[in-house]
Write a protein of this length. Structure first.
Length: 399
């Protein structure tokens, strides 16, 4: 058995017992929960312990008279206000529910996983919804840390380094605005554990839940399907991994019918010619003074990271399925329209949502090296995905 660190957390090596792994996972989960819990406490204290500050509601979509809800004047708010509405009344098709009206009902409701879970946990008690939205995200981040320990148990990775995954700085945005990413990533991590254990049916079910939480998780489902077919091409069970796609698109078709809207899965607002959305936003930022220069620097950082990752593909230890998924996701990012590039919160956080993005760019290391050794705080996708890809390095562990 490996010797424990001085801090009491055992080294996460292949010879560890199941008890050691569980203890390591619990310690990392507790550390993540306490760190993010401290952040939440500080924010709540600054706003008289009103949890609706995390909803980030704006009067463009939320009534100022909404009971018990802080609403910013002259503001469009953020996505959390729509998740709040769904969590209060997931079955409502009224123009206004819980004081919030949708801009694009199908787009908002396709990500029903997180708010629906909150609704179930609160038993329909609207007063408890803002608190539960925070609590679910805190538990999800704790779970991400624990799942990272489990997925890396066969590698010589110190358990504490798994905390780096849960501490990706972009999660601060998710917590502070009641967003869906923590739950989405937790579900993908659980699916990865199941794939490593050859539980394809359960993995497909969990990935379906992830797809109902946020559609970007479908890229991981695609990577898992490609890896399964490449490893065992004649196994029919591989195609159970199509379930997440069926669930996602089936749910969207149902939503279009329920809201009596035309089925438009892709619009010009979402996608443009390659790099056009990026260049339009860069030109606008260049003419807006100091604030624009900050945006330009951030956009340049995204481009530089993409180039570094692309150059590292050939020497990467990541499997071909992960490399292909990264290329697809990178192409998707630069096909997105100006809405994606309009706010730095969006384009700095969004590339991190794919479980395959940038995995290949930093896996030129011995298996014994720490996955966080080359991570930078801004590198959300790298920060998160390295753990998925390190577990996938053992090709015989995945289906």
């Amino acid at each position: 058995m490996a010797k424990p660190y001085k801090g009491g957390l055992p080294d996460n090596t292949p010879v560890n017992t199941a008890t050691d792994v569980r203890r390591s996972a619990a310690a990392v989960a507790l550390a993540a929960f306490l760190l993010y819990g401290t952040f939440v406490f500080v924010q709540l204290r600054r706003h008289d312990f009103n949890p609706t500050i995390f909803v980030t509601a704006g009067d463009e979509f939320t009534d100022r008279t909404a009971p018990g809800l802080l609403v910013a004047p002259n503001s469009s708010g953020y996505d959390g206000q729509f998740y709040y509405r769904i969590a209060c009344d997931p079955f409502s098709r009224q123009p206004v529910a819980a004081g919030v009206h949708f801009d694009y009902p199908v787009y908002r409701l396709q990500r029903i996983g997180y708010p629906f879970l909150v609704w179930m946990l609160t038993l329909g008690n609207r007063a408890a919804v803002p608190w539960m939205m925070i609590f679910v995200n805190l538990l999800s981040l704790a779970g991400i840390g624990a799942a990272a320990v489990i997925t890396t148990r066969e590698l010589r990775v110190p358990a504490w380094s798994c905390l780096a995954l849960a501490l990706y700085p972009g999660f601060l945005l998710s917590v502070s605005r009641d967003l869906v990413e923590p739950l989405e990533v937790l579900l993908m991590m659980i699916a990865l554990v199941l794939l490593m254990r050859q539980r394809l049916v359960l993995a497909a079910c969990v990935l379906a839940l992830a797809a109902l939480t946020k559609e970007t998780s479908l890229l991981f489902a695609l990577g898992a399907l490609v890896a399964a077919i490449a490893t065992m091409p004649r196994r029919r069970m591989n195609f159970v991994l199509l379930v997440p796609f069926s669930v996602h698109f089936g749910w969207k078709v149902l939503l279009f019918r329920l809201w009596h809207l035309p089925m438009t899965f892709v619009t010009g607002e979402h996608f443009m010619l390659p790099f056009r959305g990026f260049l339009v936003r860069a030109r606008e930022a260049a003419s807006t003074g100091a604030a624009g220069r900050v945006v330009l620097i951030e956009m340049a950082a995204v481009v530089v990271f993409g180039i570094i990752a692309l150059l590292a593909l050939r020497s990467s230890l990541a499997p071909n399925a992960i490399k292909a998924s990264w290329l697809l996701y990178a192409a998707l990012v630069f096909l997105l329209g100006t809405e994606f590039w309009w706010e730095d919160w969006a384009f700095l956080a969004s590339p991190s949502n794919s479980p395959s993005s940038a995995a290949s760019s930093r896996l030129r290391r011995p298996v014994g090296a720490s996955p966080r050794s080359r991570c930078s705080p801004r590198d959300g996708s790298l920060w998160r995905v390295t753990f998925f890809s390190t577990a996938a390095e053992k090709r015989d562990a995945l289906p």
